[in-house]
Write a protein that binds this ligand. Structure first.
Ligand code: NAD
Length: 502
């Protein structure tokens, strides 16, 4: 990656096209403004204006949902080989514009380039992976009984709504939209109002790849306006949502009248548990990576460190030294690890925990302050001398903030790990295999990694339990959500049918 000033020059080139037109909706293959006007999009780096964005409401969502419904039969019935080709071309289009996507994403979200460049490429991988699944998506099972051949098939559920958050918007959009298109569904996408740029670029790539108009529609705006209308629209058959747990519960309520199927990927307060028999060098790298990468604005971040009391002091000392060396700075500086928090409100939330921690009796062992007085930068922070009942151990802070809690026995570690409303991921560090198996069996989480950071493998199920969500993504699990099962029973012969009224 080139130096910061070259990168800023390139960024300005990429953004210049938005300065006049702003970001418009795309409905049925047409650029359309929002019926509620426009809103301003600013960067968290220096709070400067980037562009205006279409502000949509029920009228725009209605047009988008109708476009998706009109486009649905032809997309559903398009031969798998053709659909696959379009999806591969989308992947190629993403790869060709990966630098533009990553630069715009950094400016829009405040995430460091070292992570966003990978997120752009992972977006392409999502399309390639699901392109390969198109041909088999409808395959079912043959469940023979004595009198019937029972065939199951799968059909796309219809037009679906996709609502995404601001933390890694590009990657998460591809994660939802790629399997929906592979299944044969059409899409209305409402990206987060705080980071709308990459969704617009992705939409353009899809249309340039030959996606027919109306198959994928983009509606920008706020959750209470555009998002709510999408949840309530009768033509939308399912909602794939990624965001906060309390928004997830609203999504369910809003979709209830029209009996929507919902898939909710929500918050987390994930534990990383380090036993004294672990490879502590690797554990330390993983602990740091899983909370201080992607600004800590990451649902799978390990925000609670549960550390064996026999190694606590030494482990925390090494942690403090490393945390104090993490570079906070401009997201397009190649050296930067942590960029600014997404915006004023979120920055106020993250920094409020610095005082909450002290008031509740924890120690601020590293960080605990903002950086500079422009933009929303905070120092990577570590709280020690904490216990699990403190707010810093129970609430999702969603920033580069780690709370360290000691434990003395395996049973106590498990109790602390499970004592949370959430259940997204867990990370376990031990070289004792039987302990690892015992522990993972009882840990309340949808995904657990043993002696590893979070490494996503696309065919595996992704999702959480408790307040972390409902449903799973990944591989065939995505098709379970975007498709309907259909059972057909074929009689094998003249089995006896009950004769009534004879
Ligand atoms: P959010 O819930 O505030 O917003 C997410 C999206 O929902 C946005 O597009 C927003 O406009 C929309 N929305 C808000 N209110 C709505 C309503 N009433 N109806 C319909 N849509 C509405 O979340 P956020 O602050 O953008 O994102 C951060 C949260 O996302 C964190 O809690 C994080 O853990 C979670 N997250 C979860 C995963 C996962 O896979 N489990 C991944 C990334 C982020």
């Amino acid at each position: 990656m080139s130096d910061l000033s070259t990168n800023i020059e390139k960024l300005n080139g990429y953004l210049s096209r938005f300065s006049d037109t702003g970001i418009l909706n795309r409905i049925g293959g047409q650029d359309v403004d929002g019926s509620l006007g426009r809103f301003d999009n600013a960067t968290p780096v220096d709070e400067s204006h980037i562009c205006t964005v279409a502000r949509s409401g029920a009228k725009d969502v209605d047009a988008a949902a109708k476009a998706a419904a009109t486009a649905f039969p032809a997309w559903r019935d398009m031969p798998a080989a053709e659909r696959k080709k379009i999806m591969i071309r989308i992947a190629e289009g993403i790869e060709a514009r990966a630098e533009e996507i990553a630069f715009c994403e950094c400016w829009d979200t405040g995430q460091a380039h070292r992570f966003m460049s990978k997120a752009a490429i992972r977006g392409a991988e999502n399309f390639r992976y699901f392109a390969d699944q198109v041909a088999s998506a409808r395959d079912g099972k043959n469940l023979r009984s004595p009198t019937l051949v029972n065939i199951t098939t799968r059909m796309p559920i219809g037009p679906v709504g996709v609502i995404t958050p601001w933390n890694t918007p590009f990657m998460l959009s591809t994660w939802k939209i790629a399997p929906a298109l592979a299944a044969g569904c059409t899409v209305v996408h409402k990206p987060a109002e705080l980071s709308p740029i990459s969704a617009r670029i992705l939409m353009e790539i899809a249309e340039e790849a030959g996606l027919p108009p109306g198959v994928w529609n983009l509606v920008n705006g706020f959750g209470e306006e555009a998002g709510k209308a999408l949840c309530e629209h009768p033509a939308i058959k399912a909602l794939a949502f990624v965001g906060e747990s309390r928004t997830g519960s609203m999504i369910q309520k809003q979709g209830a009248d029209t009996l929507k199927r919902v898939h909710l990927e929500l918050g987390g307060k994930n534990p990383v548990i380090v036993f004294d028999d672990a490879d502590l060098d690797r554990a330390l790298d993983a602990v740091i990576f899983m909370i201080y990468s992607i600004n800590g604005e990451r649902c799978t971040s390990s925000s609670r460190l549960l550390v064996h009391d026999t190694i606590r002091e030494a482990f925390e000392a090494r942690l403090i030294e490393r945390v104090n060396n993490i570079k906070v700075g401009h997201p397009l500086d190649p050296e930067t690890v942590i960029g600014p928090m997404i915006g004023e409100e979120h920055f106020a939330k993250v920094t409020s925990y610095f005082d909450i921690a002290k008031k509740d009796g924890a120690t601020v062992a590293a960080g605990g302050t903002r950086v500079g007085d422009e933009g929303y930068f905070v120092r990577p922070t570590l709280f020690t001398n904490a216990h699990n009942q403190m707010r810093i151990a129970q609430e999702e802070i969603f920033g580069p903030v780690l709370t360290s809690i000691p434990f003395s026995t395996e049973e106590e570690a498990l109790e602390i790990a499970n004592d949370t409303a959430y259940g997204l991921t867990g990370y376990l560090w031990t070289n004792d295999l039987t302990r690892a198996l015992r522990f993972t069996d009882r840990l309340e989480a949808g995904m657990i990694w043993v002696n590893s950071e979070n490494v996503r493998h696309l065919p595996t199920p992704f999702g959480g339990v408790k307040a972390s969500g409902i449903g799973r993504d990944g591989g065939d699990w995505s098709f379970e959500f975007y498709m309907e099962q259909k059972h057909v029973g074929l009689a094998l012969g003249d089995h006896k049918i009950p004769r009534l009224g004879a």
